[in-house]
Design a protein around this ligand. Structure first.
Ligand SMILES: Cc1ncc(COP(=O)(O)O)c(C=O)c1O
Length: 386
């Protein structure tokens, strides 16, 4: 790592308790990899535009550092979930288009206007609230129309879309529709729902005034060009997740670069005898003399406890299994046969231990693994791409 290219963002507690220069566990965020992943999406989906989803603090990696790196890579449109995320992002990116997925409930309207945020309008009520804001400001306001094509979560349901279509001149007065969007429920599977939602989305577009359209996020963009429309909105793939999960099973390389590397320091190394147990509830018992390394990373740091006796780490490229329960601040590795010393660094997520592998071992998805790490002390590596 180029020390000049690395920026330190300690977690709030770390300065007081540990001193700023010592973090037993840390998350290294490769901004260059995130920028490269963004450019890969631009190449794969061009001429379609690519926005970046940076909700949940850029999936735990820190929007304050990640969003400017994406902007420098050419991204001019960003999606957040919460109004507060949009307000914070506006301070960092004064010129970007910022879309707020939570929408425009009437109490959110004043702040949306103040911070020049564009809501994804999810219902006729939100369309009315945003239209009323345009009328009272005697101006036209940018808006996204979010139609629900089968997710049944957010967006105009079919009955509201039919009403909107019939009364569009009146209901959309004062609104400049910059995007019509929908969201796929099963884009990471060969599900018939994908084609069904595509067809419903096309029908919805035909019912609305002409406007740029967006259906696909990270995985949906890999389903084929017909899913691209005018804008794709990847999130998790920008942060390193494989948008073609089956490809790893076929032994193919992830097209995305690793963006998050989670490491912990080895605190202690010890030998245990046959029959000795490890950790709480003695869930691991040694079948032979075993060398253990105790690593300063636990579930309080965001590492799932479900990795107990399942996951693995890498120390100088060699893999070591997690044995025993992951506890609050520590985990134990079987390092038998490896040259490991206190002070060594163990990688729990990164190049050797992939995000997909960690998610599978923990019984969850890549999204949850990343966002659980949001409070880790972070080191930002700029890299050549940002
Ligand atoms: C509406 C919407 N668009 C795009 C995304 C980004 O999805 P992904 O992280 O799978 O690329 C999300 C994430 O949940 C979303 O809710």
């Amino acid at each position: 790592m180029d020390a000049r290219a690395a920026r330190r963002h300690p977690a709030p507690m770390s300065a007081g308790i540990m001193g700023e220069d010592f973090e037993a566990a840390r998350l290294t965020v490769r901004l260059g990899a995130i920028a490269a992943n963004y450019r890969t999406y631009c190449r794969m989906t061009g001429p379609c535009a690519v926005a970046a989803v940076v909700k949940a603090d850029a999936y735990g990696l820190g929007a304050a550092a990640v969003a400017p790196a994406l902007a420098q890579a050419g991204c001019d449109s960003f999606f957040v979930a919460r109004l507060a995320e949009g307000i914070a992002l506006r301070k960092i990116l004064p010129q970007a288009r910022i879309f707020v997925l939570d929408g425009a409930q009437s109490d959110a309207v004043p702040a949306l206007l103040t911070h020049r945020l564009t809501p994804a309008l999810n219902s006729l009520a939100e369309i009315a609230a945003w239209g009323a804001a345009a009328a009272s400001a005697r101006t036209s306001l940018d808006a996204v129309i979010h139609v629900d094509t089968g997710m049944n979560r957010l967006g105009l349901p079919p009955d509201e879309l039919a009403i909107l279509s019939g009364e569009r001149a009146h209901r959309l007065a004062g609104l400049n529709i910059v995007l019509v969007m929908s969201h796929l429920a099963c884009p990471d599977e060969a599900s018939p729902m994908n084609a069904q939602q595509l067809s419903r989305f096309r029908n919805a577009l035909a019912m609305l005034p002409p406007a740029p359209a967006s259906l696909a996020a990270s995985h949906g963009a890999m389903l084929g060009m017909e899913y691209h429309f005018d804008l794709v909105r990847p999130g998790v793939a920008l942060y390193g997740a494989n948008p073609q999960p089956d490809s790893e099973k076929r032994g193919e390389q992830n097209l995305m670069q690793t963006a998050a590397v989670l490491t912990g320091k080895v605190l202690q190394v010890r030998r245990i005898d046959t029959g000795d147990s490890v950790g709480y509830a003695a869930t691991f018992r040694a079948k032979k003399p075993t060398m253990l390394a105790t690593v300063a990373l636990g579930y309080a740091d965001g590492l799932p406890r479900t990795l107990s006796n399942k996951g693995a780490a890498a120390i100088r490229g060699a893999r070591a299994a997690i044995v025993g329960r992951v506890s609050m601040d520590m985990l134990t590795l079987d390092v038998t046969g490896l040259a490991v010393n206190p002070g060594d660094t163990a990688e729990l997520l990164g190049d050797a231990i992939t995000l997909g592998e960690v998610a599978a071992n923990a019984g969850t998805n890549e999204y949850e693994i990343l966002t659980r790490l949001r409070r880790m002390p972070k080191i930002y590596e700029a890299g050549k791409d940002s």
